[in-house]
Design a protein around this ligand. Structure first.
Ligand SMILES: [Zn+2]
Ligand SMILES: [Zn+2]
Length: 273
């Protein structure tokens, strides 16, 4: 049965466009990007979050960016069956506290965070109040979370969706986790993909891929590197994400080859499970 991915945030760590840089400003709404994140929606109402970045509240309240800002946001997300965490950088996890409202919407139910051992340890260090229940002062002011350590290269199921996690290089920034979920792969914040991961990435319907900008960068794929990755993995369709502010949507549309599109916040794509 088909699932959907909503690309709720498609910008790099500062969000786009950054204020204070008039030359980088864009009036094209497609260049207005929240911090990186996505939501997987299952056929029976399942909801899986890919990362919980600083714009999480906005991503959950208005995932498709269709809200007028005044009326009730009827497309809002009121449930979460689990989070798949790519890594512990601020732009991917500092919205953790916003899960507290989702706990409340689910009658206090815990939300499991699935991540690599090192990334989960970093979350516990950054947010002890979320994980150390002995901290009495926060008893009524913390999200209800559990952690589930991912075994790399081992299949697992989340909300009925077959998934596999594998390690990727974020350059000097360390290691990130890539995910295959059904016939979708979500590879963000990578500089290099170990060859050992290729066996998990055959026959993809959809590849969501980090592409920061045209020029090389020490911790992210640039356009030339993204093209090489697409040629290597041969997905049916690719969506580029985690763009920097210098990437203007209108300038890039003509240069993208068939089967490759640039993500816009709120964009929805379908993939088979
Ligand atoms: Zn990032
Ligand atoms: Zn990162």
């Amino acid at each position: 049965m088909d699932w959907r991915i909503v690309l709720t945030g498609t910008g790099t760590s500062h969000g786009n466009p950054p204020w204070g840089y008039p030359d980088w400003w864009s009036t094209d709404p497609r260049d207005l990007r929240r911090r990186s994140g996505a939501i997987l929606l299952g056929p029976r109402g399942e909801v899986v979050l890919l990362d919980v970045g600083p714009d999480l509240l906005h991503q959950l309240r208005d995932p498709f960016r269709t809200w007028d800002g005044r009326s009730y946001p009827s497309d809002c997300i009121v449930r979460c069956d689990g989070v798949l965490l790519t890594h512990d950088h601020a732009d991917h996890c500092h919205g953790l506290n916003d899960l507290r409202h989702v706990n409340r919407l689910m009658g206090g139910k815990d939300i499991p965070i699935h991540g690599a051992a090192g990334h989960l340890e970093a979350l516990r260090t950054m947010f002890p109040y979320c994980f150390i229940t002995a901290l009495e002062a926060y008893q009524h002011a913390r999200p209800a979370l559990t952690t589930a350590t991912l075994e790399m290269d081992q299949p697992f199921t989340l909300a009925g969706l077959d998934c596999i996690a594998f390690a990727m290089s974020h350059g000097p920034a360390g290691v990130t986790t890539g995910f295959r979920c059904g016939n979708l792969a979500y590879l963000t914040d990578l500089k290099d993909l170990p060859v050992a991961a290729d066996r998990h990435l055959r026959g993809l319907d959809l590849l969501v891929l980090d592409m920061l900008r045209a020029e090389p960068h020490p911790t992210h794929l640039c356009w030339a590197e993204a093209q090489a990755m697409i040629a290597r993995l041969q997905p049916r369709r690719t969506v580029l994400t985690h763009m920097g502010p210098e990437v203007r949507h209108a300038d890039w549309v003509p240069r993208l080859p068939p089967g490759v599109v640039m993500a816009v916040d709120g964009q929805v794509e379908t993939f088979s499970a």
